[in-house]
Design a binder for this molecule. Structure first.
Ligand code: ZN
Ligand code: ZN
Length: 336
């Protein structure tokens, strides 16, 4: 079978690998679509501190079940599935309290173990989530990016009562916007690029603020009648902004983070204490695939974020496009 292989940083190629043999408890997925994520770009460039090489990349993938291992009742051969890339030990402290996405022995397909940018992948049956067969694979493959939003909104307990500020209108910020809207929240989005803010507006953002030209704190103050924003979600991940986000948050507010920056940041602990702020990290997803498939069934249209589709044989061109025209690309998919 063909697979997209990063032998070492900066070396991306399509290689022939043996088809995986399905073991007990696993299903064999014939991959039909895979998404290219910022973290795939980081693995390619050698800037993902968690990645190990050589690696078949891809943690956003969906396809059809073509074989099942011993003891597997569901899914069945022929089912269309979105694959949750998170695998966990099931025994450590976070696993024992239902938080497998921060397992001490966490392994993510496409990062710590070979991933879904291949014609076939064997995955644990519990990671393969069934979706209606009449959904295109281009929709199904968006389950993983939206699971990031679902996890953030679940961790930060977003409800219809919330006013939410999403920092960053890249693919992750936009999935959070769409998820929060589906939950009934009112959402403002900030970015420094007008083209992205236009997309956010089209997707239902009540306010789209260019934080380069506008005073974000003043705008948020106006929007909330001086109270501050109950839920601030940082999907832009610039450490210097952290202190500002704490100032923007309302008393009893929550500030959620998706940053992978190692750079320290200065914050005022008084700000946290006097407002009783909750600072929340969100990583990957904690069993959110059923919820996202439910969102898609309720009318959320993930295809709106797909800007380009390539055959997997054109993966080099797809990566080049993302690098050279970041403003023209949102979610770029590979079909298999
Ligand atoms: Zn991703
Ligand atoms: Zn564990």
């Amino acid at each position: 079978m063909k697979a997209i292989f990063v032998k070492e940083p900066k070396s991306l190629e399509i290689v022939d690998l043996p088809e995986p043999v399905v073991k007990a408890g696993e299903v064999l997925v014939r991959v039909r679509a895979a998404g290219i994520c910022g973290s795939d770009m980081h693995i390619y460039h050698g800037t993902n501190p968690l990645a190990k090489y050589p690696r078949v990349i891809g943690h956003e993938f969906a396809g059809e079940v073509v074989a099942v291992g011993g003891g597997v009742n569901s899914p069945k051969i022929g089912d269309h599935v979105a694959v949750d890339p998170v695998t966990a030990c099931g025994a450590c402290y976070p696993c024992s309290i239902g938080r497998p996405n921060v397992c001490t022995k966490l392994e993510v397909f496409g990062v710590h173990r070979d991933g879904g940018m291949a014609e076939f992948v064997a995955v644990p049956s519990r990671n393969a989530h069934i979706a209606p067969k009449d959904w295109p694979f281009e929709k199904l493959v968006m389950t993983e990016p939206f699971s990031i939003a679902a996890n953030t909104l679940s961790r930060s307990e977003c409800t219809s009562r919330d006013l939410v500020l999403v920092m960053g209108a890249g693919p992750i910020g936009l999935t959070i916007l769409m998820g929060a809207k589906l939950l009934g929240a009112r959402v403002a989005v900030a970015d420094i690029l007008d083209s992205r803010l236009k997309v956010a507006k089209d997707l239902g953002a009540e306010l789209a603020i260019n934080s380069k030209n506008q005073d974000l704190e003043r705008e948020m103050n106006k929007w909330t009648d001086g109270v501050g924003v109950p839920l601030v979600i940082d999907a832009v991940c610039i450490p210097e902004l952290f202190a500002q986000l704490l100032r923007i948050a309302s008393p009893a507010g929550r500030v959620a983070h998706l940053s992978f920056s190692e750079k320290p940041t200065m914050i005022s602990s008084l700000e946290v204490t006097k407002k009783e702020l909750a600072i929340i990290g969100s990583r990957l997803n904690c069993n959110m695939f059923p919820r996202v498939i439910d969102w898609f069934g309720k009318g959320l249209e993930p295809e709106k974020l797909v800007s380009h589709k390539f055959s997997f044989t054109e993966v080099v061109a797809a990566f080049r496009l993302i690098e050279e025209k970041p403003l023209e690309t949102c979610k770029v998919l590979l079909t298999f």
